[in-house]
Design a protein around this ligand. Structure first.
Ligand code: MLT
Length: 309
């Protein structure tokens, strides 16, 4: 009997086609991730589950998943999957660590530029018929220091793009070797050094016990006056309330956030502050990245179901 895959989030049609081409029965129900009860009712019928971020794979759901062998997340973060609960039942959890790296790095660079030149506020003001030419004074990126926290898949692309913008790049990453830093043309530094030197800080680490609140009130106090902070990685890496205070005091000149402690974020201490640019977790939202992660997750799930590899 052909294995059965349930796709419970919006995923490119390319994934459906791959499953079909490889002889796997596929049930494409892109809205199901938001309907916990219905999902729990039917999950027992499937060998695999393909998701993005809307489906929450909780311990309770996993209890109902009596035939499930693999969960594939089309994207990087697996925060929406209870991994210990899945592992206890022998269910493999896989992600696609490379498919959306460029897109997310490009979003971080766009956010840095947006906050450097106050583009969203200037755009809103111009749409409103005001012509506030003298209100929006920006800063140049050339020759400024960018502090990159985490120089892995995404962070290293950000380093490369920032070098292209003629920025000086320093990175804090305990896993970064001196050789790799030299190859990237960047300087490996300790966190306190980065905080003291960076004109812009961008985060590219997962949220773990070691990284939670890495930009705490104490860390923010060590930053250079006038710093601008970009977070397109995960909510919880930066203490949003402390950052809001630092913006109000004028110590931090601006922030650009795509991710929040609580998502969907309908409120945050950062909302409605001057020179704070916010987007609703759009880091991976390009057609190219979504096509990539859909293809990759479908190939990986199919390989696992058909060959166990
Ligand atoms: C990811 O983990 O792949 C990104 O944050 C994108 C997303 O969650 O949609």
């Amino acid at each position: 009997m052909a294995p059965k895959v349930l796709i419970s989030d919006e995923l490119s049609d390319a994934a459906v086609q791959i499953f079909r081409d490889r002889g796997i029965e596929v049930d494409f129900q892109p809205k199901l991730g938001k309907d916990k009860e219905k999902l729990a009712e039917i999950i027992g019928n499937y060998d695999a589950l393909a998701i993005r971020s809307a489906t929450k794979v909780t311990e309770k759901l996993i209890e109902q998943a009596t035939n499930l062998k693999v969960i594939g997340r089309a994207g990087i973060g697996v925060d929406n999957v209870d991994i210990p609960a899945a592992s206890k039942k022998g269910i493999i959890v896989m992600n696609t660590p490379f498919g959306n790296s460029i897109t997310t790095a490009e979003h971080a660079i766009s956010m840095m530029m947006a906050v450097a030149r106050q583009i969203p506020e200037a755009s809103a003001s111009t749409h409103a018929g005001k012509w506030e030419k003298s209100r929006f004074m920006g800063v140049e990126l050339t020759a400024k220091t960018l502090g990159v926290i985490g120089a892995g898949n995404i962070g290293s692309i950000v380093c490369d793009r920032a070098k292209g913008l003629r920025m000086k790049v320093v990175a804090y990453d305990p896993f970064l070797t001196e050789d790799r830093a030299t190859q990237l043309g960047i300087e490996k530094v300790e966190l306190d050094d980065l905080l003291a030197r960076a004109d812009f800080i961008t985060l590219h680490v997962p949220l773990t016990d070691a990284t939670r609140n890495i930009l705490s009130a104490e860390a923010i106090a060590k930053t250079k006056p006038g710093v601008r902070i970009v977070n397109c990685a995960r909510g919880g890496l930066v203490d949003e309330a402390a950052l809001a205070e630092a913006i109000k005091s004028g110590h931090v000149a601006g922030a650009a956030f795509d991710v929040f402690e609580v998502e969907p974020a309908t409120e945050s201490p950062l909302f409605n502050l001057p020179n704070v640019v916010v987007t609703p977790h759009l880091g991976a939202s390009t057609s190219e990245a979504q096509e990539n992660v859909a293809l990759q997750v479908a190939e990986q799930i199919a390989d696992y179901l058909l060959t166990g590899a």
